[in-house]
Design a protein around this ligand. Structure first.
Ligand code: NCD
Ligand code: ZN
Length: 352
């Protein structure tokens, strides 16, 4: 990492450790926004139908590679969607071949396209034990889904009722607690051993639940896990900017067409791929922690996954005037609204 008087910051090229790319025309439209800045991304498997078997992951990977803009060097790191009937041998073979870098646990009904997810964790224990044996990490959407648990408490209850018992039962399993949104999550990760890490999203560092209801209901700030109160947001910012290697970037960039979000029952998901690095530089500067940005975006993730750090670098530059960012991405199926951080951004990626 190098800083200079001219307010530039050169860092190793970032990776995104939690990304939704979708499929078809939306995949084609959103992919350039990620591969413009990121070298690799962990690709979420919650398509309809989900990416369950190694053959599904191989086919999805090929569709992603075919949709890449000409000359783009981007490596999709594939995941498999864990179901109660997932086959441990198929998963192990997919990991062995290098195709798959993680398995994703969605509690059934927790979020967008999670209907095929896990209802009872006991049903997948054998698969998790096999993953622990071969060192294949589990990415966890850490929310319980019982109707009697308040939506703002789902993460804290998940840690207590599911994650801690699971980690006690299979202590060698490497787990990424994804998109942590509470101080409970941060504290839990800090208290755990080296087999647990966490991703943090861009938007959860910049918004809290007030943003969801400011002057009316704001569907473009609705995502899952839902943004929590400001004290939690501050805990996330402190963790992200602390230099602690257990925390790294997973944008959870999750595009939905505007029509699906601006609806009586709007979809969960925030599309932040286009301006994520501008937003993060802004947050890290506000926290006087620009020296830890590279760790968060480019070093801590590869270290946890046991992958090499990217060799290329990118240079961020702070402009005297705010940087313009399109409010919408146009796709052949309609527009997708880009995350609005509700503040002016001055940092941008000058050279990648
Ligand atoms: C994601 C999506 O749209 O696929 N939505 C979201 O709010 N984050 C699913 C998820 O990661 O929870
Ligand atoms: Zn997600």
């Amino acid at each position: 990492m190098a800083t200079s008087m001219a307010q530039t910051l050169t860092i190793k090229q970032p990776d995104d450790w939690h990304l939704h790319l979708r499929d078809g025309v939306v995949l084609k439209a959103v992919l350039p926004d990620t591969c413009r800045h990121f070298a690799r991304a962990i690709i979420m498997p919650n398509l309809v139908p989900p990416v369950v078997r190694a053959t599904d992951a191989a086919a999805y990977r090929d569709r992603i590679l075919a949709a890449l803009p000409e000359g783009a060097a981007f490596e999709p790191l594939m995941t498999l969607y864990l179901t109660e009937t997932s086959d441990a041998d198929d998963i192990a073979a997919a990991a062995e071949s290098g195709l798959v870098k993680a398995v994703k646990l969605y509690p059934a009904g927790a979020t967008t396209n999670s209907d095929s997810g896990v209802k009872s964790i006991d049903k997948v224990t054998a698969v998790l034990e096999r993953m622990a044996e071969i060192g294949l990490p589990l990415c966890v959407h850490g929310e319980v889904t019982h109707a009697d648990v308040d939506i703002f408490d789902r993460e804290a209850v998940f840690i207590e009722q599911v994650l801690e018992p699971l980690r006690t039962r299979v202590p060698q399993l490497r787990v990424i607690m994804e998109h942590v949104t509470t101080s409970n999550g941060i504290d839990y990760v800090k208290s755990a051993d080296a087999n647990l890490a966490a991703t943090l999203t861009t938007h959860h560092l910049m918004i809290n639940r007030n943003h969801l209801f400011k002057g009316g209901i704001r569907p473009h700030y609705f995502c899952l896990p839902i943004a929590k109160r400001r004290s939690h947001q501050l805990a996330l910012r402190a963790a992200a900017t602390s230099g602690d290697k257990r925390f790294f970037l997973g944008t959870d960039s999750a595009p939905h067409l505007d029509g699906a979000k601006e609806s009586a029952c709007g979809c969960a998901g925030v599309y932040n791929a286009p301006n994520t690095l501008s937003c993060l530089a802004h947050v890290f500067e506000e926290e006087n922690a620009l020296q830890h940005l590279e760790g968060f975006t480019s070093l801590n993730g590869p270290a946890f996954y046991g992958l090499p750090v990217n060799t290329k670098t990118i240079t961020l530059e702070k402009r005297p005037e705010p940087v313009a960012c399109s409010e919408k991405l146009e796709t052949a199926d309609g527009p997708v609204t880009v995350f609005d951080p509700e503040c002016e951004l001055f940092w941008h990626v000058a050279a990648a």
